[in-house]
Design a protein around this ligand. Structure first.
Ligand code: CAA
Length: 379
């Protein structure tokens, strides 16, 4: 067992940390206020060669491991969680299913655009009536004359406004009460495909969250991703990887909240001494440090298992569940340590708390993670 990062992982960490502090941190409060999508940041991440980080070099990726991916997500999220979720979804939800299930031709056509950053990655699973019950998909894709004709709706889809294509799930056949769900790649400029952005969200203001509507959208049958009828399972496999990204985001936000709280507690004086000298505050900070360390270790473990080609469904859910609940608790405590100042935007911690809440919901609620873990341990 080895808890050291490799030289390559350390280099990636140094590069992304410097980039986040110099480039991403600039205007972060302004982006939260104006909801401006960080386009320029993603252009620069493309130039740094990070948009295809874990994908094969053959398709323009860097061939790095999942721990490196988690490090990049953590460092971006520490400074700006909107940038972190955009990157995490781009790689783990947008690029991953193409990498895992695409044909060589599909990878050459689509994965290359993900790796170059020409297209952001997105993934269309959730529907108004199919959230936690992701298999409750109603969107249909009827095979006709060598094409699929798609009708339906998707919601809460990250990045779609900046994607040139995305894989979605749709029912391609019904046998009595059994639905055959397949994954299909849909170019976003296809006639009948509409993307609408949500204007008002609790947090992650600078990230792109959309609704998709398909009205007689026609794509060729060759756009089928993986095997017909395997789409639901493919997306569950994809979500296992995505949950590592959410865990890493949680660690990044919590680390930022902890560092701000520690600094504030040392500087803020009440009753003639720094509040950090009070045991009540020290214990909060000690708990924060402990829980972040545990969450990061679990994120790395899930990432390591994935890289070893071993089963990691349970560990991905554990890291996502533990890290997101830890992040919610720590960001709330960070606001508490900052007192009245914590409630004010300029101190950042209230943003961390708003951003953290999504992590207990997106890519499977905490309740669904408990359900996955329960099934995995044989309940
Ligand atoms: N890997 C591979 N296969 C899996 C799997 C996994 N992790 N989990 C289940 N399967 C297989 C099962 O073995 C089963 O196979 P068989 O039919 O051969 O037996 C099949 O998939 C169906 O599994 P279940 O019977 O367990 O399916 P279920 O309907 O009971 O639901 C669930 C399982 C875990 C609740 C699943 O629906 C789930 O994860 N729900 C949460 C969805 C979610 O996370 N949504 C967020 C999406 S994020 C998004 O859309 C927006 C965005 O941009 C961020």
């Amino acid at each position: 067992m080895n808890f050291h990062l490799t030289d390559e992982q350390k280099l990636i960490q140094k590069t992304i940390r410097e980039f986040a502090e110099e480039v991403v941190a600039k205007d972060v409060l302004e982006r939260d206020r104006t909801k401006l999508f960080p386009r320029e940041i993603f252009k620069q991440l493309s130039e740094l060669g990070l948009m295809g980080l874990p994908f094969p070099e053959e398709y323009g990726g860097s061939g790095a491991d999942t721990i490196s991916f988690a490090i990049v997500v953590e460092e971006l999220s520490k400074v700006c969680a909107s940038t972190g979720i955009t990157y995490s979804a781009h790689i783990s939800l947008g690029g991953a299913p193409l990498h895992l299930f695409g044909t060589k031709e599909q990878k050459e056509k689509y994965l290359t655009q993900i790796c170059s950053g020409e297209s952001l990655g997105a993934f269309g699973l959730t529907e108004p009536g199919a959230g936690s019950d992701a298999g409750g998909t109603k969107t249909t894709a009827i095979a006709k004359d060598g094409n699929f004709v798609i009708n339906g709706n998707k919601c809460f889809i990250t990045n779609a406004s900046y994607a040139k294509f995305l894989a979605i799930t749709a029912i391609t056949n019904r046998k009595e009460s059994n639905k055959e769900i397949s994954a299909i790649i849909v170019p976003t400029d296809t006639d009948g495909f509409q993307i609408t952005e949500y204007e008002e969200k609790m947090g992650l203001h600078a990230s792109n969250t959309t609704e998709l509507s398909f009205t007689n959208v026609i794509v060729p049958e060759e756009n089928l991703l993986g095997k017909r009828g395997e789409g639901f399972k493919q997306f569950l496999v994809t979500l296992d990887g995505g949950r590592i990204g959410i865990g890493a985001m949680a660690v990044g936000i919590a680390q930022a909240a902890f560092e701000k709280s520690l600094q504030y507690a040392k500087e803020r004086e009440q009753f003639g001494k720094a509040i950090a000298r009070n045991q009540a505050i020290q214990f909060k900070l000690a708990d924060m440090a402990m829980k972040i360390e545990l969450a990061r270790t679990m994120v790395y473990k899930a990432a390591w298992l994935k890289d070893q080609g071993r089963p990691f469904t349970k560990e991905a859910s554990i890291c996502k569940l533990f890290a997101s609940e830890m992040c919610m608790e720590i960001t709330s405590q960070a606001v508490q340590i900052h007192g009245g100042n914590g409630y004010m935007r300029e101190y950042h911690v209230e943003r961390y708390m708003r951003d953290a809440k999504l992590l207990e919901i997106g890519e499977g609620t905490s309740e669904i993670q408990r359900l996955v873990i329960a099934r995995q341990i044989g309940c």
